[in-house]
Write a protein that binds this ligand. Structure first.
Ligand code: ZN
Length: 186
């Protein structure tokens, strides 16, 4: 019996995968000073028959259920749902940027109060602080809780940028327009 002709291992960017005489650099691999190295974090596959080493990039998601994340509202499929681009995760040592992921906010989770429309909680372009509910993208998120909600918004009338206080009723300081948001207490 012959063993498998391909072996695999987790490798980091810049890690040596073999010598140039033994392996050709395949996908996501390169030659540096006689060594074949990985360009990415991923799973390296050494093909001993064809003498090629390929690396399949590993996409590590840093988002976990229960985490607090920051995102921007970019789309409303209907008046009960907001789509959010999640771009940062809060850790104990601060807020870290991540590769953007899609979040989805249903009106039921947009506030502790019962809202008839998502527009009473968030607006287009709003910066929000939310809790992650699910473990796979699109990540379901919640604004329930006093510390969660809109961090920065824009007046729907004059587009002035507003950092709201804790009240859910916001009065635009520029044009006086009154509108509602689920606001995060700071
Ligand atoms: Zn205004």
């Amino acid at each position: 019996m012959q063993g498998s002709s391909v072996s695999k291992a987790l490798v980091t960017p810049g890690e040596e995968l073999g010598v140039e005489e033994e392996y050709l650099p395949g996908d996501n691999a390169y030659v540096d000073s006689g060594y074949v190295k990985s360009m990415v974090l991923g799973i390296a596959e050494w093909d001993r028959v064809n003498h090629v080493v390929n690396v399949k990039p590993l996409k590590l998601s840093l988002i976990r259920p229960g985490q607090i994340v920051y995102g921007k509202v970019y789309y409303f499929p209907n008046d009960k749902v907001a789509m959010v681009r999640i771009f940062a995760v809060q850790h104990q040592d601060g807020v870290r940027r991540i590769q953007a992921e899609t979040g989805i906010l249903y009106v039921t989770y947009a506030s502790e109060e019962r809202l008839s429309t998502i527009y009473d909680a968030v607006g287009l372009g709003d910066l929000i602080k939310a809790r992650v509910l699910s473990s796979k993208p699109p990540y379901h998120i919640s604004l329930r809780g006093p510390l969660l909600g809109v961090v920065e918004t824009r007046c729907p009338q004059c587009r002035a940028v507003i950092v709201p206080s804790t009240s859910s009723k916001i009065t635009c300081p520029v044009c006086g327009f009154v509108f509602r948001r689920k606001v995060a207490a700071s």
